[in-house]
Design a protein around this ligand. Structure first.
Ligand code: ASP
Length: 589
């Protein structure tokens, strides 16, 4: 037997017992004739004691241990004189009788501690060492518990977990596909699923009724902090349901997860916000509702009421009120202006107005407006003495709202209003069915082409498709989209019409989605579903800034696995078997 207990298990009740432990050497401390070793495994740390006077040879052996050596010891559990209140095992120590070296270790490239001295790249290169740190390990433990809770919750409701294939056909809608060449079908390619969307719909046609899968999905997109080329979805689909049924089921699941994993009781129903309202009040389809600072539209107050040309020419003027920020210095305001002008935000400038102690308003556009107009501004912003009004304007309402959204989030951050231990959950509903793509010069499905339009808007499909709302919904928490879905089209005629609006010829639609349209000819039930992003859920629960920290072996921002050094070139032999030739532009070659 390698061990009788783990390194996180022993307590005062074990005093006097002989135990065998195995683990990694966290640190060795020599104090006079005594040597203390912290032995670590994934369950915790236990202190080992070696006494030179009792057994000099053994103590000598202990003094030679290096960090991360793997050892096994046999000893007696002893009550500690100096108890360590910070460790669950801190009341006891082991008086060691035998020490067996199981393996040596080179000096690790960074310290295996929560506050490691290793930078991001180094830790990713040696991710197996990084994963020994308890702060990283805990995220994976949480992830595991989350999966168990999800499976139990859904299984209890009659959902079946069904696996769908990873090697499927490429679909043109949505993000870019990762493709895999087929050796047995020369010149042809599989694609890795961006989501099992059509397959789960086929399972509904097959009568499976309630499906789920915790499944890897792949999207070849440019990466951001909360994106990975491969990520995990909790993918679900149900038959004979309305939007309300789905929202009830998955809001229930969210509440269950909050209770089970964070001990938080959420009793109130989640807020529901139509997309247009979310955009108007927060400039985002995933508003962070932990704090207010809502947008106030100022066109009536500031457009045409003074001589400021920028406002007079703007299509949209919007303000937010930053409480207590009137004390911002000129320098701070200049910095904030530079901040909104960065290419990532793209605003042309920032107008501000301070509400002074006496209630008067001092603004960066004083010379263009009468004091009355500025007082009306204060009134409309519901600003009080000491507040700072920040205003953005622009020729494109959507774009300006997005910029103001970034500014609102930044001010929320600066004012400490984005508390990681506070959770503001909501559903965003009534998304537009389509959005115009400048790149493609056509309408694209905002969610995906299988989404059902809202019944009330179906009559607009021919006349005013841009005004059609989708029977779709997203769950949002703290400004993060935790998941989303829709009621699907199950009528083959409506699906064909949808492809037509999206610019597919009937032949192209048949070629790409014939399998689905065919299936719909054989009695497709009304159905709908949703997918939750597992990585994002875990990040929210663990308070992480990036989903990378809850993924065992994540990719970096260039989509590389620096530990495996992937992606990489393949052998000529492999290329030949696949009839592939590499033809890089010279710079990249
Ligand atoms: N397949 C969709 C997605 O991955 C989710 C859904 O509609 O169920 O975003």
């Amino acid at each position: 037997m390698y061990r009788t207990h783990t390194c996180g298990e022993l307590r005062i009740a074990h005093v006097g017992e002989q135990v065998t432990l195995a683990g990694w050497v966290q640190r060795v401390r020599k104090m006079g004739g005594m040597t203390f070793v912290d032995l670590r495994d994934r369950y915790g740390i236990t202190q080992l004691v070696f006494n030179e006077e009792v057994n000099a040879a053994l103590c000598e052996q202990a003094n030679k241990l290096g960090r991360e050596y793997v050892i096994q010891i046999v000893g007696i559990v002893n009550e500690r004189y100096n108890k360590n209140k910070n460790l669950p095992t801190g009341d006891v120590e082991i008086i060691v009788n035998t020490l067996t070296m199981l393996n040596q270790s080179e000096v690790p490239p960074f310290t295996i501690e929560d506050q490691s001295d290793g930078g991001d790249d180094l830790r990713m290169k040696y991710r197996y060492l990084d994963l020994r740190r308890s702060c990283v390990r805990k995220n994976l433990e949480l992830r595991h518990r989350m999966c168990i809770e999800v499976r139990n919750y859904l299984s209890d409701l009659g959902f079946l977990e069904v696996e769908t294939p990873m090697l499927i056909g490429s679909t043109p809608e949505g993000a870019r596909d990762f493709v895999v060449p087929s050796r047995m079908n020369p010149g042809q390619f599989y694609a890795l699923p961006q989501s099992p969307q059509t397959l789960k719909q086929l399972l509904m046609v097959a009568g499976f009724d309630r499906y789920f899968q915790i499944v890897k999905c792949f999207r070849d997109e440019d990466l951001r902090a909360d994106r990975q080329p491969e990520f995990t979805q909790i993918d679900c689909e149900m038959s004979f349901v309305t939007q309300e049924d789905i929202i009830q089921t998955f809001e229930g699941m969210a509440k269950h997860l909050f209770k089970a994993l964070r001990g938080i009781d959420i009793t109130e129903p989640f807020l529901r916000l139509p997309w247009a309202e979310a955009m108007r009040r927060f400039g985002s389809d995933k508003p962070d509702m932990r704090f207010g600072m809502e947008f106030v539209e100022l066109m009536d107050t500031l457009k045409g009421t003074g001589t400021f040309p920028v406002f007079n020419e703007a299509e949209y003027i919007g303000g937010i009120c930053a409480k207590g920020c009137a004390s911002y210095t000129r320098k701070q305001l200049d910095q904030l202006t530079e901040w909104v002008k960065r290419p990532q935000i793209g605003a042309k400038g920032l107008v501000y107005a301070r509400v002074q102690e006496d209630g008067s308003v001092k603004s960066s556009v004083d010379k263009f407006y009468t004091p009355e107009v500025l007082l009306a501004l204060k009134e409309q912003m519901q600003a009080e003495a000491g507040d700072l009004i920040l205003i953005l304007s622009g020729a494109d309402t959507m774009r300006t709202r997005k910029q103001l959204c970034e500014l609102r989030l930044e001010m929320g951050e600066r004012l400490g209003l984005r508390d990681k231990n506070k959770f503001a959950l909501l559903w965003v509903t009534e998304f537009p069915m389509f959005e115009w793509s400048d790149e493609e010069q056509r309408l694209m499905a905002m969610h995906h082409p299988f989404t059902h339009p809202m019944d009330a808007d179906i009559h607009l499909l021919d006349t005013d498709p841009a005004a059609v709302r989708a029977d779709a919904y997203d769950m949002v928490c703290n400004g993060v989209e935790l998941g989303g879905g829709s009621i699907r089209i199950h009528d083959p005629h409506l699906q064909a019409k949808m492809f037509e609006i999206l610019g597919f010829t009937p032949e192209k639609a048949q070629e790409q989605f014939g399998f689905l349209m065919n299936a719909f000819k054989y009695g497709a039930p009304p159905h709908g579903g949703l997918a939750y992003g597992l990585d994002r859920w875990v990040s929210i629960f663990a308070g992480l800034d990036s989903i990378r920290d809850c993924i065992a072996f994540p990719k970096n921002n260039s989509g590389r696995d620096v530990m495996l050094d992937a992606p990489a070139a393949i052998d000529q032999k492999q290329l030949d078997e696949l009839y592939l030739q590499i033809d890089l532009p010279t710079a990249e070659a």
